[in-house]
Design a protein around this ligand. Structure first.
Ligand SMILES: [Zn+2]
Ligand SMILES: [Zn+2]
Length: 344
């Protein structure tokens, strides 16, 4: 199934002498299904610049979704160009939360795609803009007009500005299915230092199970997994930052156990603020179901990740296919094209 078609594609490309980056290979017939890491501080792709922060292009269910935009506008732009990614035909952008290591590249996105829909968490007086009914503040009718807000005649709705005036924001307050099978999970951090910080995670229901992309997981990766499992208890893949970068060993062990044993997450592709000791612990726990996700990597989502799948509609991947999938996912050059070129 997967294998034969991939092999054919690879041979065809080799015959043509085509040199394609990882992202270009599956282009022939169907829309791509993959997650490409565009921004992170680790990886092996010499074309990409490493920096703290996160961004990924999520191509799934026929949609092209930019999830977060990195920490530095120019580095983000360079990494996008290095991967040959066209930001002018995105379906939408998701900004996971208001930390700058996830938002700084937005101005570059807007420079090439000013009208693109941007989903972001709804926050009172937040950086994405907001509004409130003017009834929110107490009035005092005894004051003369010049001492009253708006001379005593406020607009019905008071609008508060955004740092990106004119951008097409849609603010999300609670977990919402924004397109069939595509849900933004909205949670709030309770951790000291980021208390009340709102964060969105992207959950896509596929025939293989739920594919979950997380930014920084400030509300807790276990809480996000719990919310994801309520959409579909079969969690096929979690990619992104798990925010255990300064966590102690026992907290790391607890999070790893929750993902592996409680939520039975099938594959894990941690990055960004997950933390080095957590990379080690997850690798130990998940073995070959740990998918390397350094900057520049494209994680193939398999041919069956069409949206809207329900459990039990198709047989589980055969072990052969699963092994191939994992091998591909671990490699920078999944089809051996670059290596073959070097050898020639
Ligand atoms: Zn953050
Ligand atoms: Zn972050």
């Amino acid at each position: 199934m997967i294998r034969s078609s991939l092999t054919t594609t690879a041979i065809t490309l080799l015959c043509l002498g085509v040199t394609l980056p990882t992202t270009g290979v599956a282009a022939a017939a169907e829309p791509k299904s993959q997650i490409t890491i565009l921004y992170d501080a680790f990886g092996t792709d010499a074309e990409m610049k490493k920096d703290w922060g996160f961004s990924a292009l999520v191509e799934v269910a026929g949609k092209r979704i930019l999830f977060d935009t990195g920490n530095d506008r120019d580095i983000f732009a360079a990494n996008v160009r290095a991967k040959g990614i066209d930001l002018s035909n995105l379906d939408f952008v998701v900004l996971s939360h208001r930390h700058s290591d996830h938002m700084a590249g937005l101005s570059y996105v807007l420079s090439v795609n000013p009208k693109v829909k941007i989903y972001a968490p709804k926050e009172g007086f937040g950086i994405y803009g907001s509004s409130l009914p003017s009834s929110f503040y107490r009035k005092d009718e005894s004051l003369p007009p010049q001492m009253r807000y708006y001379d005593g005649k406020p607009p019905e709705v008071m609008k508060f500005g955004t740092a990106w005036q004119g951008a097409n924001f849609e603010l999300i307050d609670k977990t919402t299915e924004i397109a069939p099978g595509i849900t933004l999970i909205a949670l709030v951090s309770e951790a000291p230092g980021t208390r009340e910080l709102k964060e969105l995670s992207l959950a896509v229901n596929t025939l293989d199970g739920l594919v979950l992309v997380v930014g920084c997981s400030h509300p807790g990766i276990d809480k996000i997994a719990e919310a994801a499992a309520a959409i579909n208890p079969k969690i096929h893949l979690i990619a992104g930052g798990f925010h255990l970068v300064v966590a102690a060993d026992d907290a790391i062990a607890k999070a790893v156990a929750a993902l592996k044993d409680t939520f039975k997450v099938e594959n894990i592709a941690p990055g960004h603020c997950t933390g080095e000791p957590t990379f080690a612990a997850l690798k130990q726990a998940f073995g070959d179901r740990y998918i390397y996700a350094g900057i520049g990597t494209s994680l193939p989502l398999g041919p069956s990740t069409n949206v809207g799948g329900r459990r039990g509609e198709r047989p589980i991947l055969e072990e052969d296919d699963l092994t191939t999938y994992r091998k591909l996912a671990r490699r920078e050059d999944p089809f051996g094209l670059l290596q073959a070129r070097v050898l020639r």
